[in-house]
Design a protein around this ligand. Structure first.
Ligand code: SAH
Length: 362
């Protein structure tokens, strides 16, 4: 059973006792983003001593290849200057630092860059400042994309979409209803269902009829991202690369998961102390983007993306320059492109959202 006995857990119990059960999406938003106790505000999630490891933290090759992608895309755009280089949710700033190091060999590209980081956690902003300081580059920070100045834009976001809160809709004998987090008779957190039925149109047409108990996850933040990207695309060329774990077709199923110390955990057990994520529904993401007037390139697996961007040559050059680190480099790179179903090369997908007229460079 879940105790939920953390500082945030106690606050959420008071909130639920006063206002009633809250939707899963609000629970997730508070667990991750609560101003004092939210996971990204207060914890150190990354690395061996943290809760999970992301691709840029596994190998510098990842950020360097995204750098090569950005430089080639900038050329395809006609070399605009300034170029707004934007990252959503930069974590420790490792991807951007590796990208900028790769960009040094292309002085015209490096000279055009105007760097903007969208990050809500003040603590992670400090990490990012330090990582960028080491490269000599300067950047501006934003709470959201809307305040990044208009102009030609290349955006990257690795493991950002999975941190956006999802609603969970559950099919019952009387239609779709919202899954909520409430309290059981013993005062512990428990999942439940809101009493009112939801409009069936919230669920994509082919999935609307479903056996009782089916779950459909919906990420409301996709629309705001689509609107912000469409507004940017109206004012200049745009290429936005999203890399994340998830599925290519919308489907029933629940993927909300908690991770702590590299193991799965009960999402209700330690609010604010465990990471909460959901798999990305890339089909829903793409539909939202095309509805906003943007183009979406056919998704690639992370494995295909990295090979197309020149992984083999880059890894070989790196290993040649650091013979003592050969084993570390090899195992890191293999992990990034691991083709097993749950391996990073297959589970992670790359989706490029772009302004009409621009073509992906891979
Ligand atoms: N891209 C990094 C970190 C991924 S973790 C990497 O690959 O290592 C998710 C990141 O998104 C964290 O930096 C977190 O603070 C940030 N984040 C989560 N929700 C956010 C939001 N709504 N707006 C801006 N940043 C957010």
């Amino acid at each position: 059973m879940s105790t939920g006995d953390t500082p945030l857990g106690r606050e959420l119990k008071d909130l639920i006792a006063a206002e009633g059960p809250i939707p899963v999406s609000r629970y997730m938003a508070l667990c991750l983003g609560h101003p004092r106790h939210g996971y990204y505000r207060a914890r150190e999630p990354f690395g061996a001593a943290g809760d999970f490891v992301t691709a840029p933290e596994i190998s510098q090759v990842f950020g360097e290849l995204i750098g090569a992608f950005a430089a080639a895309t900038w050329q395809a755009m006609g070399q605009p200057s300034p170029l707004r280089l934007v990252e959503l949710g930069p974590g420790r700033g490792t991807l951007m630092a590796d990208l900028l190091r790769a960009a040094r060999s292309m002085p015209d590209f490096a000279g055009a860059l105007d760097i903007h980081l969208v990050e809500t956690s003040p603590r992670l902003r400090e990490h990012q400042r330090e990582a960028l300081h080491a490269t000599g580059a300067s950047a501006s920070w934003h709470d959201d994309l809307e305040t990044v100045p208009a102009g030609a834009t290349i955006l990257v976001a690795n493991e950002f979409l999975d941190a956006l809160p999802v609603r969970q809709l559950v099919m019952t004998e009387r239609g779709w209803r919202e899954r909520v987090v409430g309290l059981d008779a013993g005062g512990a957190f428990a999942f439940g269902l809101a009493p009112d039925p939801l409009p069936p149109a919230l669920v994509p047409e082919p999935l609307r009829q479903a056996p009782a108990g089916s779950v459909f996850e919906l990420c409301p933040a996709f629309s705001a991202i689509a609107d912000a990207l469409a507004a940017r695309a109206a004012a200049g060329p745009l290429a936005a690369l999203f890399i994340d774990y998830g599925h290519l077709a919308s489907a029933h199923g629940e993927t909300l998961q908690a991770v702590k110390a590299h193991a799965f955990a009960d999402p209700l057990a330690e609010p604010g102390h465990a990471d909460l994520t959901a798999h990305v529904d890339f089909a829903a993401f793409a539909r939202t983007m095309t509805t906003a007037g943007l183009d979406v390139a056919p998704p690639l697996t992370q494995r295909d993306l990295l090979f197309r961007l020149g992984l083999a040559a880059r890894a070989e050059a790196l290993a040649r320059a650091n013979p003592a680190a050969f084993e570390t480099i090899r195992s890191g790179v293999e992990r990034l492109v691991d083709p097993a179903p749950a391996g990073m090369g297959a589970l992670f997908k790359a989706v490029l959202v772009h302004s009409p007229g621009l073509r992906p460079v891979w």
